[in-house]
Design a protein around this ligand. Structure first.
Ligand SMILES: [Zn+2]
Length: 483
């Protein structure tokens, strides 16, 4: 019966691990490295020879692509990776910090240091991991410089102003630091690592340019260098790697047949009616009309250009999750793929842009994983990047904060766990079955023992009585009941 009990446990345990592998326990936890190559579109490896990325795909899992949050720009999309929340829920709504009263605006780099902009109710995974006893680090990842609830990521490197984000020698130096110093020497559990390319070449030369293809080769060499370093430090079997990006890139349309979106030229629209605006920043913009002017501004812009979408923030399509945060301005604009929104006259001359609707295929990033907790040579269907956070928490064995993702959307990538588990790791169903089985075993043992005991008592008394030669009434009854 005890053997049966063990067999029942083993059976339910193995079927359980096939459905959802248990979260990593402290003893079995592997390390985790999250890497972002900014603006690496899902299909960037399809027109370039990428032997190292191909090898990584064979050794691990790749998604066809992933869907970033809207607005598909750098700081908001990276903060979604770190928190598992849509942008309207984590509140880092733009790359730029702004104040509608003073008209002040801070660009991407300066915004990294505005704590209140980032520390807005959602904790990035570094802080959650540290609070649960893990050691976390971050190199250049958006959000690294900020303080959250008086805590920062304990090991960090913030890039200097005017940092050269494209230098391959520097990339290798950063990898040496993360793998050699942080993971190997300092025994960190989790690190996020950011590279600013191929976003910059994508903007400057366009996603279909030879310069972009060359940069993808640089990314490929870097992935090879990274995996070699991991091997050198004996971390291959203890370190999971997730490589992804914040958004994709698409070609900006220009030329004679393209009617550019220039707000000041739209009949009935005037910047005199606007208190604050955030335009000339790619394909999306926001407007704060002066008091009493909202309807006029809205009516002037709505339907004014075939490739311009105009919404009051409360009318934003729910699927975009970009209409429900106090920082969002009352009117939100975004353009169709290839178009950018200009204020007074064209000032944007990028050949490539992002920031478009996250349903646009060109906005989708790539996603690759490899490591001891992942299956091998597997391609999985697309999923939203809000789901990366619960996956990371699962791998690290930490309790996630409230988030918009779910492990169900990524669990097929996980290899079945082969670890010993305590009762705490088992589902209530298994615990219930186990308890009932143990109870039945105990009842069975007690019943059979009691009956056997009574029989032995009776037999020994009968034998004793026979020896003494005393056959009384009682012994007769016992004899009868015994036969
Ligand atoms: Zn970016």
């Amino acid at each position: 019966m005890l053997l049966l009990c063990v067999a029942v446990l083993g059976l339910t345990g193995s079927s359980l691990s096939a459905a959802v592998p248990p979260r990593a326990a402290a003893g079995s936890r592997n390390k985790l490295l999250l890497i972002s190559f900014d603006g690496f579109r899902w299909d960037y490896d399809q027109d370039v020879d990428t032997p190292k990325l191909d090898k990584m795909a064979r050794d691990g899992v790749r998604a066809e692509y992933v869907t970033p949050p809207f607005l598909t720009i750098t700081s908001p999309a990276h903060f979604t990776l770190l928190t598992g929340r849509y942008i309207e829920n984590h509140g880092v709504i733009h790359n730029m910090w702004f104040n509608t009263t003073t008209q002040e605006k801070k660009q991407y780099y300066q915004t990294q240091f505005v704590d209140s902009y980032w520390d807005n109710g959602s904790l990035p995974i570094w802080i959650t991991a540290q609070r649960q006893g893990l050691k976390a680090g971050s190199l250049h990842f958006p959000g690294t410089a900020a303080t959250y609830r008086r805590e920062t990521v304990e090991v960090r490197q913030v890039e200097p102003f005017l940092y050269d984000h494209s230098n391959e020698t520097d990339w290798r130096r950063n990898i040496d630091k993360v793998i050699g110093e942080w993971f190997h020497q300092q025994d960190l559990d989790f690190v996020s690592l950011y590279f600013g390319e191929p976003d910059l070449v994508g903007h400057k030369y366009g996603p279909n340019s030879p310069e972009r293809r060359e940069m993808v080769k640089q990314v490929d060499r870097t992935v090879g260098y990274l995996r070699d370093k991991i091997q050198e430090h004996g971390l291959t079997d203890r370190l999971n790697i997730i490589i992804t990006a914040d958004h994709g890139m698409t070609t900006v349309l220009r030329g004679g047949t393209v009617e550019e979106i220039i707000l000041s030229k739209i009949p009935g629209f005037s910047f005199k009616d606007i208190k604050f605006h955030l335009v000339d920043y790619g394909p999306a913009g926001m407007l704060l009309p002066k008091e009493g002017m909202l309807e006029k501004v809205y009516q002037a812009l709505k339907g004014s250009h075939p490739h311009l979408h105009v919404y009051k923030k409360e009318e934003m399509p729910a699927r975009l999750h970009y209409g429900n945060h106090p920082r969002l301005l009352p009117i939100i604009l975004f353009a169709d793929p290839g178009y950018v929104i200009n204020g007074f006259f064209p000032v944007q001359f990028h050949k490539g842009e992002h920031g478009f609707d996250n349903q646009v295929l060109d906005m989708k990033p790539f996603f690759r994983v490899v490591g001891p907790d992942f299956k091998k040579n597997l391609v999985v269907p697309p999923f939203e990047t809000v789901n990366v956070y619960p996956l990371m928490c699962h791998l690290l064995g930490i309790n996630p904060e409230v988030n918009d993702g779910h492990l169900d959307n990524t669990k097929d990538m996980l290899a079945p766990k082969k670890i010993k588990r305590g009762l705490n790791d088992l589902s209530p169903v298994v615990v219930g079955i186990t308890a009932v089985t143990v109870f039945l075993v105990v009842v069975f043992i007690m019943t059979t023992s009691y009956a056997g005991c009574k029989r032995n008592q009776a037999e020994s008394r009968f034998n004793m009585d026979r020896t003494s030669g005393d056959f009384g009434e009682e012994k007769t009854d016992i004899k009868q009941s015994s036969f």
